[in-house]
Ligand binder design. Sequence first.
Ligand SMILES: Cc1cc2nc3c(=O)[nH]c(=O)nc-3n(C[C@H](O)[C@H](O)[C@H](O)COP(=O)(O)OP(=O)(O)OC[C@H]3O[C@@H](n4cnc5c(N)ncnc54)[C@H](O)[C@@H]3O)c2cc1C
Length: 420
Amino acid sequence: MNDQQTPKDDRHAVVIGAGIVGTCCALYLQRAGLAVTLIDRDGPGEAASFGNAGALGLASVPPLGMPDTLWKAPKMILDPMHPLTLRWGHLPKALPWFLHFTLASLRSRAEAIADVRADLLGRVNDSYAPLLDDAGAKDLIHNAGLLMVFESDRSRAEVEYALEMRRRRGVKIEELSGDEAREMEPALGPLIKRGVFFPQVSQTVSPLRLTQTLAQHFQNRGGMLRRETVKGFDFGPDGPKGVVTDTGQHDADIMVLAAGVWSKFLARQLGTRVLLEAERGYHTVLPNPGVDIRVPLVSEDRHVTFGPMEDGLRLTSMAEFAAIEAAPDYARAERIFAAARELIPGLDAEGATEWVGSRPSTPDSIPVIGPSPRFANVLFAFGHGHLGLTLAAVTGRIVADLAQGRRPETDLNPLRPDRF
Ligand SMILES: Cc1cc2nc3c(=O)[nH]c(=O)nc-3n(C[C@H](O)[C@H](O)[C@H](O)COP(=O)(O)OP(=O)(O)OC[C@H]3O[C@@H](n4cnc5c(N)ncnc54)[C@H](O)[C@@H]3O)c2cc1C
């Protein structure tokens, strides 16, 4: 959309958080004609949006909580190196979240959640396209597909329900033998016995550069980007009329809370309690992996993903429930590398870097998108868990619709902030 086509709207919107979600919200609000200020205490895309696996996960219909998650839970809790873990000291605080997670994992709920996710996922490409086109950033995302690999018929059988859940919602799936998987990705070693390919999944070559490029485009179009820490809201007789930061105040007609996992603290200041946990994930980037990986991979047996990116091969894994500020446990990142090398012999760790970040996760694997229950001029846009990169542009479009008083195409009821 060029400037001649931009509608006029005299209102000022402030977006809190310049992760991929907040940045897409800011761009969509700007395209709707509002004057927009985007605030982050750091640079754009430097928190969770920095270190993710880079997939636009169009096949990620199944939620984290599935019926079999419940019977796998004891192993998860007892094994400190399991890919899904909980730091015990954090349990009392996280208990309400886990109770909701348990209910959300029941079969009927998981199916209903999969419907919501499938609906959102169906809007991903159309929502990103105008942002990437306008920013000249189409080269940052490419349709690479995703190859899921298995070391036994048993591990393949364990995902049958999750595959079937996808199939019933139109996700394209190609079944492969071990040799066919190796033909698709010759770097795979002999351990691989089966494969499943998801051709619709796309991949970014750099999650950080994607957010930075979109944020730069936002500024080029006249948007204000501020490096400040939001402390709270300026309340008038009718509710919040601006945000207060460490250096001043920004008056606003509309406020968007897109501060990732930290959103829960600001939501609380608005009188809303949301169930949001830091589901921490680790990555290791191998700048010179020594092996050329063509296709993004995920190992079901070892819970490791391999994402070829412009700065090297990114290995990601682990869902660790812990306090946001808890010290990283980099033994986990080292374990990712050890597991990866068993699948791809010859991987080279020279110069590897490690990172930990917090997925902002709700117990039902559905983001929180919609007006604050108390104040209609504050829109919530957080809680995207494993799908923040994927659903950022969809979220931006919904937020802009709401800001303009338009009914979004998506049913917002399952996403509403007061559902917990
Ligand atoms: C290991 C790993 C792999 C992942 N892989 C994928 C994947 O392949 N595909 C996918 O779709 N998703 C993936 N995710 C999830 C995805 O990264 C997140 O869902 C997404 O980045 C969340 O974006 P966000 O903008 O909501 O949050 P963030 O990126 O965390 O941004 C929130 C921003 O708010 C700012 N902020 C917070 N509080 C304040 C304040 N008071 N004042 C000012 N600024 C503030 C922070 O500085 C931060 O920049 C992965 C996550 C991890 C950890």
